[in-house]
Design a protein around this ligand. Sequence first.
Ligand code: EPU
Length: 284
Amino acid sequence: MTAVAPVRRIPMSRLTTLGVGGEAEVWSVGTLEELREATAQPYRVLGGGSNLVVADAGLGERVIKLVGGYAEADLERDPQLSDEHVYVTGWIGAGKALPALVRTLQKRGLSGLEGLVGIPAAVGGAVWMNAGTRFGEMFDALHSLEVYYRGEVRVYAPDAFPHRYRSSGLPQGAVVTRVRLRLTPSTPEEVEARMQGADLARKGQPKARTAGCAFKNPPGESAGRLIDRAGLKGTRVGNAMISHEHGNFVINLGGATAEDVITLLRTVQEKLGLPLEWEYELWE
Ligand code: EPU
């Protein structure tokens, strides 16, 4: 079979915000036909690469990146599903960048995703891990999801999956291809005000090369605060270091390896003596 989707071998360090990871075969997929072709061999799905640590040895699996038709957004109001209190959008491709979407919704005075301001994800990645802040998470704003799984495309209500804090409950191998959002009509000013509130909560976070928070928060606690209190800020392995600004961020000081990051997180866990769960996804 001749390839229809563009395929390139790319170092994953270039496709991830933390900037570590070896090479993989990256398939840019914009249609169902391309998706079927790309998933004919073992694969993984890349979102914004903003919560991801890829092994230094690279990946044997194909990496699927949703582009083109899977990155387009129809934000028009669906008149059949909407009323004066509820605004349901058309289909939004999972490859769409979340920050641009959050900004567009603010300008249109649509409320629901503003709590996710500043998260450098793709829509599909944000769904996959139920990304969020204490001002809201992705599943709060979903009306429905289009999911490709074992060759079939189906539409689900969000409650079809056992989603919880930072986890969608989608099965391995499922590809979120599109979503519809369930929003609340508001005004650009009100949405902007809430957005600024959520943005302010990120003020203490480092601006350097990171992949967001490394660990999930234990119930009722902040992993960052625990790491800070244990005096572990500044702990360094190779070129990966725990940020001095926020204890739950690993910074790539330049040229860090996945091994540096993994060893650093293990070291922190050992010193803390607490079983923290990783928020990062590890691909190896
Ligand atoms: N704190 C410290 N020292 C630190 C870090 C935090 O004392 O080094 C204290 C803060 O002063 C604050 C408390 O711990 O009193 C909580 O910290 P913060 O407000 O930064 O929230 P967080 O629980 O550490 C969560 C999310 C972030 C999200 C922020 C803001 C998780 C794992 N983290 O962090 O999400 O940006 O709230 O809404 O759920 C991410 O998921 O990648 C992420 C960065």
